[in-house]
Design a protein around this ligand. Structure first.
Ligand code: GDP
Ligand code: ZN
Length: 368
């Protein structure tokens, strides 16, 4: 982009929204005249609130985007996404979703089962689990696996330290469930650990909190913000075509400049279940109950109801695969540590590799 003095303020505004690589490069491929980058901060049935250097714009996707992405839910804009849009007084048009640096996705139910993105471009994800009697290392592992999968960097937050029954034992359990991951002990009640959380925040950095309902995510967000964020997040949306709605801003900027992504999808994210694969597969488990063998692995057993449902289209193969993968992981809890370590290591190398490449390009140009 040009760097005329006029551009400095808009550049600063974009930086405050988290602008940077890989979005800059991705935008360069979509930078037709009149298009500018913006970040989705809220969504309501196909209507998006997009923050730009020149303020918020209500926008919807272009006809072409709709046509090309119709089948692929994962391609549609999600909160946290950077998009290329043009905006007129009657509302903005989103032409492209820029390359994501991370994405939390879930398998959406329905006939056209596809991956649906529920939060994009989170850099640090706080995996919150409370230190009261609900503390559960298995659940923590699950959230961590999902966090690593997303491409965001996880930080474990053990909340409600004031209610901890055996802090040392819980810490030990958390450490073995989350090898190599920072573990913070916090209490919103007495302020323990809030500064440590803040040390993972930075201006323009996008963070998110995941974890079961009731572990204290809202309380923590409000403690970090120093005010009730829920209350200030309401925005009125007017798409310029007669549609008015009030929605909640789901990407919120804290006073110190960090961005918190907090969508209902993120809140319900990962598998919220103590002893199984979670309610996200309730329909599948209901079908599996009809398998001939109680210990059916749903692979090639005779009388397998899951395979039958896959064949006749009631269950999407990808979803069954995900379920089987998770079941295997649940059975082989021990091996999960290895898997996590592998994912982490792979990602670390990918990032190192990328930054080395970027460095080489910067130094020696593209023609190497
Ligand atoms: P969320 O569902 O994860 O957003 O959880 P909330 O933030 O709504 O908190 C659930 C309950 O736990 C509320 O009654 C909070 O007051 C309480 N709570 C949150 N943080 C703490 C804490 O650090 N210590 C104690 N004792 N209670 C807390
Ligand atoms: Zn079966």
């Amino acid at each position: 982009m040009a760097s005329a003095p006029d551009d400095l303020a808009p550049q600063a505004a974009l930086a405050a929204l988290g602008w940077g690589e890989p979005f800059v490069s991705s935008f360069a491929q979509h930078a037709d005249p009149g298009r500018r980058p913006g970040r989705v901060v809220a969504e309501d049935r196909g209507l998006y609130l997009v923050a730009t250097a020149a303020g918020d714009v209500a926008a919807s996707v272009s006809g072409r985007f709709r046509f090309e992405s119709n089948e692929d839910a994962g391609a549609w804009p999600a909160v946290g996404d950077w998009v290329a849009l043009d905006s007129r007084p009657d509302g903005g048009t989103i032409h492209a979703v820029l390359a994501r640096r991370s994405a939390f996705a879930r398998l959406a139910a329905g006939k056209k089962t596809r991956t649906q993105v529920i939060g994009a471009n989170v850099e640090v994800v706080f995996v919150v689990t409370s230190l009261n009697h609900d503390f559960n290392p298995r659940r923590l592992e699950r959230y961590l696996a999902a966090a690593w999968e997303s491409g965001a960097r996880p930080v474990v937050v053990l909340s409600k330290a004031d209610l901890a029954e055996d802090l040392d034992a819980s810490l030990l359990a958390a450490e073995s469930a989350a090898p190599g991951v920072p573990i913070l002990v916090v209490s919103a009640v007495d302020g323990t650990g809030l500064d440590e959380i803040r040390s993972h925040l930075a201006p323009g950095r996008t963070v998110a909190l995941v974890g079961s309902s009731g572990v204290g995510k809202s309380t923590l967000i409000n403690a970090l913000a120093g005010r009730e964020l829920q209350a200030v997040a309401e925005v009125r949306l007017d798409d310029g075509r007669g549609r008015h709605t009030t929605i909640r801003r789901e990407l919120v900027r804290l006073d110190d400049g960090a961005l918190v992504l907090d969508t209902p999808g993120m809140r319900e994210f990962a598998l919220d279940d103590d002893d199984g694969i979670g309610s996200s597969f309730a329909d599948l488990e209901a079908i599996a109950a009809a398998c001939r063998f109680g210990d059916c692995a749903h692979l090639s057993e005779p009388g397998c109801a899951v395979q039958a449902a896959t064949r006749d289209g009631r269950l999407a193969p990808a979803r069954v695969e995900a379920y089987l993968k998770l079941s295997r992981e649940a059975v082989h809890a021990e091996r999960r540590h290895d898997a996590l370590a592998r994912i982490a290591e792979r990602r670390r190398w990918k990032i190192i590799h990328k930054s080395v490449q970027a460095h080489m390009r910067e130094r020696y140009g593209d023609a190497r």
